[in-house]
Design a protein around this ligand. Sequence first.
Ligand SMILES: Nc1ncnc2c1ncn2[C@@H]1O[C@H](COP(=O)(O)OP(=O)(O)OP(=O)(O)O)[C@@H](O)[C@H]1O
Ligand SMILES: [Mg+2]
Length: 474
Amino acid sequence: MHVQQRIPTGVPGLDNLLHGGLLEGDAVLVAGAPGSGKSTLGMQFLYEGILRYDEPGFFITFEEFPQQIYRDAMNFGWDFRALEEEDKLKVLFTSPDLMYQDIKRHEGIFPEMIREIGARRVVVDSLTHFQRLANNPGELREIIYSLINALKREGLTPLLLRELMEGEVTGTVAEEYTADVVIYLSMDRINNQRMRFLEVLKSRGSRHVPAKSLFFFSEQGLEIVPPFQEPQFRYQEAISLGVPELDTLIGGGIPYGAFYLFEVSSELHQEIFEVNFMRETLRADDHLFELTTTSTRQERLQQLAMNYGMKDDFDKGIATGALRLFNVSDEEDAEAVSLTEDDIWDEVTVGARRALAQLDEAFQATTRLKRGRLFLDLTRLITAIGEEDVFDMLTPALGMIQQYGGVCLGFLNPNAVPASAREKLRSEADGLVSIWREGNYEYIQVLKTLNAARTLVHGFVETSSPPYLRILEY
Ligand SMILES: Nc1ncnc2c1ncn2[C@@H]1O[C@H](COP(=O)(O)OP(=O)(O)OP(=O)(O)O)[C@@H](O)[C@H]1O
Ligand SMILES: [Mg+2]
């Protein structure tokens, strides 16, 4: 992809939503309810432009006297008067028709002043006033169109503010079609409180983050909080899930010692992730252990391996002990188990105790480089032996993960178990990934990781070759 020059707005967080900033020649519409923060965003755009990018700016207002603008700007430490004295800024209080006539003719006070200070940015507060110049929506659209073009021809990046009237919604505002970038400011109720949100609705010729972002007024102006979070640190070592795009999404894989929960609402999806994990474990010449409740589980896995063209690898894994299943429901030979003194083991059934003892031995046999991975089909486990027994078993199993430095991957169909079990697992897990189907498509979202990464919703499609799925950019 050809990388175009970006013009950062300078507003913290906004450029990230715009993948770096505006494109050369973009006209931006900022629409929002009264009091949503439009003028502040406009002032900040100009201030940051001057301070950080050496782009002089123009603030055109039809509503407030310059004195009010100076005062409001000063709240954030933006000394507009001083910038005017340095010829880096002009605050102009005028009428829409005067301004419109001047800019269309490219002469008169306003265009002259633009050239005088070499303005690169302009804020028009607000477009709402141009409605008076038009008799109908079509005419208004014409005016806005020629206004934007005239501003662009002067070499300006226009930020046009537009008040949203009660009941006006996305798609009904004529200016939306003319502007290259559309930003909506809204105030939504969260727990009986008004919270401010910013959403980029469109950005011509460029990607943007397609989600509402919370914003607040900081001492320095508006600050936009992204609806996702980049990893806060890199792991020294982490294991792969066998899907590189997924590893990236979860912040670089699963670090040793961690328990990650995958909430998967369909059997098919679970299989895909299972197969990838199995394949990756064998590829890395590592160990994969599973606590299961049925003696037929191995056959089922073998079938799965066959379906995904890895039967030979699977059989080899079983033969060498790289893949091992421990049946918690099998009460036979329980006496043969060497019982430990550990209290937490007392809670579990005899079969589980035996399986855990075997798992413990298997972990002990792993080396520092191959620490073992534990796979848990939590849906089946809970269905077969009940929530309580599963949690009694999970405690020592996760203890081993930490003690031996392995990882645990649990799969859960949240619709198939009691809500209490889901909640407990969610809070127990170090990482949480949700995978579901909605309408005709499939989605994945990372909700928590050990390095604090969080993502937006991504679509994914199934493919016919490994890793059998492709995660889509938004
Ligand atoms: N420093 C601040 N801290 C917190 N909130 C602030 C601060 N400054 C402004 N606000 C809030 O922002 C609101 C208005 O901001 P701004 O003038 O940017 O909005 P606007 O969308 O232009 O409003 P209008 O529709 O009235 O033109 C104020 O009513 C106030 O609630
Ligand atoms: Mg305003």
